[in-house]
Design a protein around this ligand. Structure first.
Ligand SMILES: NC(=O)c1ccc[n+]([C@@H]2O[C@H](COP(=O)([O-])OP(=O)(O)OC[C@H]3O[C@@H](n4cnc5c(N)ncnc54)[C@H](O)[C@@H]3O)[C@@H](O)[C@H]2O)c1
Length: 353
């Protein structure tokens, strides 16, 4: 059990988590670890067994354990809340929290429908509340170092980005039930789960995606939603293309990001770490590369770092990374949905902004 003595005197943020599943545990751990800033105040999950288990783990008294998020929001004086439920619930739960002026961290995808994402953006602006979408790959240390490197121009002008986010899927051993494979709860499959992280990181590192063409398929699992997708991106007017592969059926292999610029190559391999080759590459193929070391600051990994940064932001403290906004959640969803349209129609889709 995590000790929470003395919170009252210290004016800590009272944190609530809705959906205490696998990622909910990560959020709870983040609030519990920020001992000078936050306290795990209340918790909500429709699954009683999970609620009890997580309540015990984080020392939340029984009276502040809820199965209905509305009652938790009504009864508890929360300062900050995380929405960690299956995708279909994000909109109504985030809306309810934001309406109450509670700082809200919502998991990805932020909503399933564009109009709902837009509604959250407008609502948060109107209420003036702090919000964030949990695009956790922004907090992968080597991705942060890559962002700084691109800003310094150390890769020259990037002309190609490839992202491969693929693994064996959310089962066995991750999610609490089979909701990820049900269209009604998830809204989509690997593309909306992993592809949306890739879309966000592409836009974060390179800039706005202008158009997308995609293939989205259920190749290997007997499920309702897609288990593999590829997207071809154009960052026009920038002279840069991108390729995303995401999947839930992958045997071990490359996972991460490759960036190619006219002054170098950067491989951000999630398993083996980064590799940077510096040097001029002329269009005729002449190269003179030398290996260089990407300076990746040490520290907590992406999930704890994401939580620590979010809590600092809510507390009004400085942060070291640009935090993903609801607008970022909206544009990433727009591109993911456009990719699904492209796969259906066989046509490239230009992104309206
Ligand atoms: N950012 C990341 O890196 C990352 C990683 C994994 C999952 N996620 C996202 O987090 C969300 C949750 O995924 P997960 O893997 O933790 O799933 P999970 O199945 O492990 O957890 C979901 C929890 O929500 C509970 N729940 C379901 N309906 C509820 C409701 N109406 N009210 C309250 N609780 C409810 C379930 O009982 C379960 O405990 C998804 O949106 C997923 O896309 C993000």
């Amino acid at each position: 059990m995590v000790a929470q003595k003395g919170w009252a005197k210290m004016g800590l943020l009272k944190a609530g988590v809705i959906g205490a599943g696998s990622i909910g545990d990560v959020h709870l751990s983040g609030y519990a670890s920020a001992k000078r800033d936050a306290v795990v105040w209340a918790i909500c999950d429709t699954n009683l067994k999970r609620l009890e288990e997580m309540g015990e783990k984080y020392g939340v008294p029984s009276v502040r354990r809820y199965r209905d998020y509305r009652r938790m929001l009504e009864n508890e004086p929360l300062d900050v809340v995380s929405i960690c439920t299956p995708n279909v619930y994000h909109f109504e739960q985030a809306r309810a929290a934001i309406e109450r002026g509670i700082a809200t961290l919502v998991e990805k995808p932020m909503t399933l429908r564009l109009e709902d994402a837009r509604a959250l953006v407008h609502l948060a602006k109107r209420v003036g509340v702090k919000t964030m979408v949990a695009f956790s790959h922004r907090f992968v240390r080597m991705n942060m170092a890559a962002k700084r490197l691109l800003e310094r121009g150390d890769l020259g002008t990037p002309f190609m980005i490839r992202v491969r986010y693929a693994h064996g899927g959310p089962y066995p051993g991750w999610a609490q039930s089979d909701w990820f494979y049900k269209r009604r709860y998830a809204g989509g499959g690997a593309l909306l789960d992993m592809g949306i992280h890739a879309i966000d990181i592409c836009q974060y590192l390179i800039g706005p995606i202008h158009s997308v063409a995609a293939e989205v398929k259920t190749l290997r699992k007997p499920i309702e939603v897609d288990d593999n997708a590829v997207m071809a991106l154009d960052f026009a007017p920038k002279k840069c293309l991108g390729m995303i592969e995401c999947g839930w059926t992958s045997p071990p292999g490359f996972a991460g990001i490759e960036l190619y610029g006219d002054e170098g190559t950067l491989i951000l391999d999630l398993i083996n770490g980064p590799k940077w080759l510096r040097g001029k590459q002329t269009p005729d193929g002449a190269t003179q590369f030398r290996p260089a070391k990407l300076a990746v600051p040490k520290g907590p990994s992406h999930w704890p770092l994401q939580m620590a940064q979010w809590i600092r932001y809510v507390r009004g403290k400085s942060v070291i990374e640009t935090l993903p906004t609801l607008e970022d959640g909206l544009t990433s969803l727009r591109i993911a949905l456009a990719a699904m349209d492209s796969a259906r129609t066989g046509k490239r889709v230009t992104i309206k902004r």
